[in-house]
Design a protein around this ligand. Sequence first.
Ligand code: HEM
Length: 149
Amino acid sequence: MEPGARRLIRENFDAIAPRAVVFGADFYHRLFEAAPHLRTRFPPELAPQIRKLVETLSTLISHLAAPTAMREELHRLGARHAHLHIGADDYDLVSATMIETLRAWLGPAFTPACEAAWTDTLSHVSKVMLDGAGSVTPQRREAGGPIRR
Ligand code: HEM
C-alpha cells in the first residue's frame, strides 16, 4: 500500500479515535441490522467485543507500513474465526459494514480515495484471516479450540 493511502487511513482513524467505542457500537448495530442472524454468534454482552475490535483495528493501522508483521497474528485470528464457522461471505459483509460506518461518521472527509484505501486494507486483512482459516481442518474444527471469552 502506498504511503498516501496509509496516511488517509490514519487520518480517518485519528478522527474517530476519541469516540472509538461509540464507533464500534454503531458498527455492530449496523451489522446486526443488515444480518440479524449474526447476533447470536456474539456474546450477549458486546462491550468486550467492541474493545477487542477497536484494539485490533488500531494495531493493524499502526502496522500498515509493515503488513507482514501482522501476518501470523491474523492467521491465528482467522483460524479462531474458522472455529465459529465464519466464511468469506461474512467477511464481505463485515467489510462493507465497516465502510458504511466510516462514511456515516466521516461524511465528506471520507473521500473516494479513502474508501479505496480502506477497501484494500479490509480485503487484505480478510484474505490473510481466511488463509489462516484454511489451515483449520474439519477434524480440528470439531475437536474444539474456539475463541475463548
Ligand atoms: C475484518 C476482519 C475481522 C477482525 C479484525 C475481527 C476481529 C476479532 C477479534 C479481535 C476478536 C476477539 C478474538 C479473541 O477474543 O480471541 C473477534 C471475535 C469474534 N469475531 Fe471477529 N473479526 C473479523 C471478522 C469477523 C467476521 C467476518 C465475523 C462474522 C460475522 C466475526 C465474528 C466474530 C465472533 C462471533 C467473535 C467471537 C465473539 C465471542 O464469542 O467472544 N468476525 N473478532
